[in-house]
Design a protein around this ligand. Structure first.
Ligand code: DGL
Length: 236
């Protein structure tokens, strides 16, 4: 056993995505104790302003630390892009907190992808955090297209599959069709829950067919132990 086998990891998301990220995380880190909080009452965060997202996220993160979590993972992309830096800069040093966006950008670098599409909430798209991190980590030359899919989170929470397909189809048609896309980041915690629907719709577009779908939660799980070893907590 290693010391991180005895850690308690808290997960926070605005909705059902929290459980999905926890399950993805456990694939790479089996046996770690977890605690999951989801703010169904205030979901969606993706339509909210920056200050509101920071305030709500801070409250939930504090609850997780009160429950003796050693590390908290912001499983929510919207919370990660808006509140992570603020929390890392204001929480006491022993309260370690990580997000899911940085690991997804590392996956772009590691896969040597050149033409990337990021699907996310409106609040994530407007922040430009994905573009900034991809350029920082993987290189300025990488083309990044940010597209938000309004109402998709609600359609996922309602389990309305027809609506999910329609919304995904409509947003895929916004992608310029003159370039082969090689990676698609599902940059909202809810989206990987319906990765099979993304894949199905994707297969109907010639220039998107071969793109790799990136799940930020899964990428965060894969990189978690190396973060612990290297104490990279300011960098993700
Ligand atoms: N969990 C949020 C995210 O990953 C999406 C849902 C919401 O808008 O609250 O961006």
């Amino acid at each position: 056993n290693y010391w991180w086998d005895f850690m308690k990891v808290g997960f926070f998301d605005s909705g059902s995505g929290a459980h999905h990220v926890e399950q993805s995380f456990l694939i790479s880190n089996p046996g770690i104790e977890t605690l999951v909080y989801a703010d169904y009452k205030n979901c969606p965060y993706g339509d909210r302003e920056h200050e509101e997202i920071v305030d709500l996220t801070t409250q939930w993160v504090n609850h997780l630390f009160q429950e003796w979590c050693d590390v908290v993972i912001l499983a929510c992309n919207t919370a990660s892009v808006h509140a992570l830096r603020h929390l890392q800069n204001t929480l006491p040093r022993h309260q370690r907190i990580l997000g899911v966006t940085y690991p997804a950008c590392e996956a772009i670098r590691d896969g040597n992808f050149q033409n990337v599409v990021v699907f996310s909430t409106d609040a994530t798209r407007k922040s430009w955090v994905y573009t900034t991190y991809i350029h920082l980590i993987a290189g300025n030359h990488i083309s990044v297209t940010n597209i938000s899919i309004p109402w998709l989170v609600q359609a996922i929470e309602e389990n309305n599959i027809l609506k999910q397909k329609d919304l995904i189809q409509a947003s895929f048609s916004h992608i310029p069709d003159d370039t082969q896309i090689d990676a698609i980041i599902l940059g909202c915690t809810h989206y990987p829950i319906i990765a099979d629907i993304f894949q199905e719709v994707q297969n109907t577009f010639k220039y998107l067919k071969n793109a790799t779908l990136i799940d930020p939660g899964l990428e965060a799980g894969k990189r978690f132990i190396s973060w612990q070893k290297h104490h990279y907590h300011k960098d993700c």
